[in-house]
Structure formats: structure tokens, C-alpha cells
Ligand binder design. Structure first.
Ligand SMILES: Cc1cc2nc3c(=O)[nH]c(=O)nc-3n(C[C@H](O)[C@H](O)[C@H](O)COP(=O)(O)OP(=O)(O)OC[C@H]3O[C@@H](n4cnc5c(N)ncnc54)[C@H](O)[C@@H]3O)c2cc1C
Length: 393
């Protein structure tokens, strides 16, 4: 709803465009002390971007240690959100990382766990089948269990962040597409329903980022991918169930280009969620157009599951869709607009940003208020790609 429709003042300290998890968490941090407007093109909640769905994996095991460092605070902030919202958002299940000892990424994830003294356990393939008899790891592979990991209840989390944002005095204008941005001080944002002004602007538009950034003369090297989210039926109900203590997993394979990841059966009874960590190029506004084509990703998952998780029927029982926005190095973009320091960009969360949203939101909040960021942002600066500023008309 347009703010002026309520006779409200349309001047804000900060405007955040995009009410996915990153924009909503940024707005949540901002609204504690600032007059904040959060805008989304769709009526909330919606399932067209990257933040919808019941579950996401949360873990400290990362091959890049700066994410592990951020995850320590993320776990605390998720816990704080649970307490503030009085809703269960996290379930500890542990996460198995499956791979070969010689694989550099497998080694790096293992080292991060050891170096940060994160509770963990290592298994040979035989040891793993004794502990989890329905997992059939190839003989030459091994596994580490990150015991601190688990599941975040994503839809509930997004709703909780937005509810608290409102409780702190924030304004949400949903069902309003941003169609123009005029940089300056103040920055002016025009939507399909109103005109708003603010001292600073945060753009967290997920797979629509480059469409939005086009309005401020910037294009980033982002690929938008349509992800096939598959749920697989257990042959015997509960084989991989959360109630039986089955962990999440990430498979790092030498022969499959991207990871495969899975969550125990929980959100749909008797169905395990297993996905391929990549997809086919797609415009977010055309995500559902190509559905008739057989998906290569589903075939990859099917072959993997028949060998290593033989307790599920290797044909997906439910297929849903979601979008990734991927950078060339899979690291996020958290930075100022190169020409307008009161425009802040959070983009390219590369299929692993949900768990990190509490700290991403904190950082974007700090940048928009001109504060020194709490973390070293060098891995997230856009100049690592070289700049491609479109000329501003
Ligand atoms: C299948 C799948 C599985 C995943 N699994 C995990 C996981 O296990 N763990 C993990 O940590 N992460 C995971 N992720 C990644 C994580 O979900 C994303 O990184 C995160 O949701 C990105 O959020 P976002 O706010 O950047 O984008 P979005 O949620 O897409 O939000 C962007 C918002 O901007 C709005 N917008 C865009 N353009 C405009 C405009 N012109 N005007 C107004 N509003 C606009 C959109 O409507 C949208 O609501 C997964 C993602 C997918 C798709």
C-alpha cells in the first residue's frame, strides 16, 4: 500500500527496495533507530524470488573462513529473532559433508571446522553406514559431521523479521514496483503507486538486481538461475526423517560440477528435500515458462540418489522453483554504489545467503548509516569484477 494513501509523510531516513530475507533483515536493523520504508513489487508473502519455501540449511562449515566468522554472530542473531518473535526458527540436525579426502573444497571445509573448534565427527564410508545405514557412500569417500548445523524455517523466519520490522515502527509498501530512482540527497524512489524520498537507499532486489541497478547506471556480473527444488519419497516412511535424527548433507563430488545438498524429511511428511546447487539461466519474470523441458538437474539428482540414498524413490514426488543470483566467485556483493555513496547494494547471494541474512542486514544497515562496517568487506566489494558503469542519461 502506498504510504501517501494513508496521509503519511513520504520522507524517510532509509528506503530498502526488496523485501526478501536480505532487504527485510536490513530494514529490521534500521527500524530500531531510523524511519525506514521497505518496498516490494509483490503483495507479501510471495514465492517469485529467492527467499520463499519452508526450509534452508544453516551451517558454520564453509570453505571460505570469512563466512564461518560471520556465522558465529548469525547463530546468535537468529536465536535473538526466535526469542523476539516467540517462534521456532531453527532446528539443530547436524550437517554431513560428503566427499573425498583429496578434494580441496572438502579439505577446506574440514579445516574450517577444526580451526574454529566447531563440534564435529569424522567417518570413513564404513563408519558412516554403521551410523546412518540408509546412506551408501562410495568406499573411497569419507564424511564429516558439522554438529552445530541444522535447518532454518525460512517462510516463518521471513515473516518474523517483517513482523518485527513493523513492530519497531517500520513501514512496508508491498505490491509496489519501483520504476524510477533519482540519485541525490535525498534520493527519490518512484513506484507504481507513489514517490518516496530518503537520505539513503538500500537495493536488495535478488534476481531483479540488475534490472533495478539499470535505473542507477550500474550493471553487475550476475547470473540468474532457475533452481529446481525436488522432494523425494522415502520407500519406508521416516528413513531419512528429522525425528530419527537424520542430518542435512552436502555432497562435494569430483565428477559432478556443483554440490548436491539435502535436508531430512520434515516439511512434507515422508519426503526428503534434495537439490542441485545450480540451474539453468532464466529471467526471474519468466521463471515458469520453460517447464515442459526435461531437467538435466533432476537426472543428476536421480542418479546420485539411487546410488547413495537408496531409501528414496529416485523420481521426484514434488517439484518447486526458486531463483539463484550468482556472482562469478559465489561471494556476495555488499558495497556502495561507486558514484552515489548513499545508495547501498546487497546482491549476488549465490544460493547460500539465507543463513547469513542477520549479518548481511547488519552490514547493509551500517553502510547506509555511514558507519564503519563490523566485518572486513574486501571479499564483497564490486571492484573485484572491475566496474561497468553505464552512462547516466
Ligand atoms: C532453492 C533454494 C535453496 C536455497 N538454499 C539455501 C540454504 O540452504 N541456505 C542458505 O543460506 N541459502 C539458501 N538459498 C539462498 C537464499 O535463499 C538466498 O540467498 C536469499 O533468499 C536471497 O534473498 P534476497 O533478499 O537477496 O532475494 P529475494 O528473496 O529474491 O528478494 C528480492 C526482493 O526484491 C523485490 N524486488 C525486485 N525488484 C523490485 C522492484 N522493481 N520493485 C520492488 N521490489 C522489487 C522482489 O519482489 C523480491 O521480493 C537457497 C535459495 C534457493 C532458491
Amino acid at each position: 500500500m502506498a504510504a501517501q494513501g494513508n496521509g503519511m509523510d513520504n520522507n524517510f531516513d532509509t528506503i530498502v527496495i526488496g523485501a526478501g530475507i536480505q532487504g527485510s533483515y536490513t530494514a529490521y536493523h534500521l527500524a530500531r533507530n531510523n524511519k525506514t520504508l521497505l518496498i516490494d513489487q509483490f503483495i507479501l508473502p510471495h514465492s517469485r524470488g529467492s527467499s520463499h519455501g519452508q526450509t534452508r540449511i544453516i551451517r558454520k562449515s564453509y570453505s571460505k573462513p570469512y563466512y564461518t566468522e560471520m556465522m558465529t554472530e548469525c547463530f546468535q542473531l537468529w536465536k535473538q529473532l526466535e526469542a523476539e518473535a516467540n517462534v521456532e526458527l531453527f532446528r539443530q540436525t547436524g550437517l554431513l559433508v560428503l566427499g573425498k579426502e583429496g578434494n580441496p573444497e572438502f579439505q577446506a571445509m574440514k579445516s574450517t571446522l577444526v580451526n574454529n573448534q566447531i563440534p564435529m565427527e569424522s567417518f570413513t564410508s564404513e563408519e558412516l553406514s554403521r551410523r546412518f545405514p540408509a546412506v551408501n557412500l562410495p568406499k573411497e569417500e569419507s564424511a564429516v559431521l558439522d554438529k552445530s548445523a541444522g535447518i532454518l524455517y525460512a517462510d516463518r523466519a521471513l515473516k518474523s523479521v517483517q513482523d518485527l520490522f513493523r513492530r519497531f515502527g517500520g513501514t512496508i509498501c508491498d505490491g509496489e514496483k519501483v520504476v524510477d530512482i533519482q540519485p541525490g540527497s535525498p534520493v527519490t524512489v518512484t513506484t507504481t503507486a507513489g514517490i518516496y524520498r530518503a537520505k539513503s537507499l538500500v537495493i536488495t532486489a535478488g534476481p531483479w538486481s540488475n534490472k533495478l541497478l539499470n535505473l542507477v547506471g550500474l550493471q553487475l556480473p550476475l547470473k540468474t538461475l532457475r533452481i529446481v527444488v525436488c522432494y523425494w519419497k522415502e520407500k519406508v516412511l521416516g528413513t531419512y526423517g528429522i525425528q530419527k535424527g537424520h542430518p542435512c548433507f552436502i555432497k562435494i563430488s569430483d565428477s559432478i560440477e556443483h554440490h548436491i545438498y539435502g535436508l531430512p524429511s520434515n516439511e512434507y511428511p515422508g519426503l526428503m528435500k534434495v537439490c542441485y546447487h545450480s540451474g539453468s539461466d532464466a529471467d526471474p519474470d519468466e521463471r515458469d515458462i520453460v517447464l515442459q523441458q526435461p531437467s538435466q538437474d533432476v537426472n543428476i539428482l536421480s542418479t546420485f540418489l539411487s546410488k547413495e540414498f537408496p531409501g528414496v524413490d529416485p523420481k521426484p514426488a514434488i517439484v518447486e522453483y526458486c531463483m539463484y543470483t550468482v556472482t562469478p566467485d559465489s561471494d556476495f556483493i555488499l558495497d556502495y554504489h561507486p558514484e552515489h555513496s548513499n545508495i547501498i547494494i546487497g546482491a549476488g547471494f549465490s544460493g547460500h545467503g539465507f543463513k547469513l541474512a542477520p549479518v548481511v542486514g547488519k552490514i547493509l544497515c551500517e553502510l547506509s548509516l555511514g558507519k564503519r562496517p563490523s566485518y572486513n568487506l574486501s571479499p564483497f566489494k564490486m571492484h573485484r569484477f572491475g566496474l561497468n558503469l553505464k552512462s547516466l542519461l
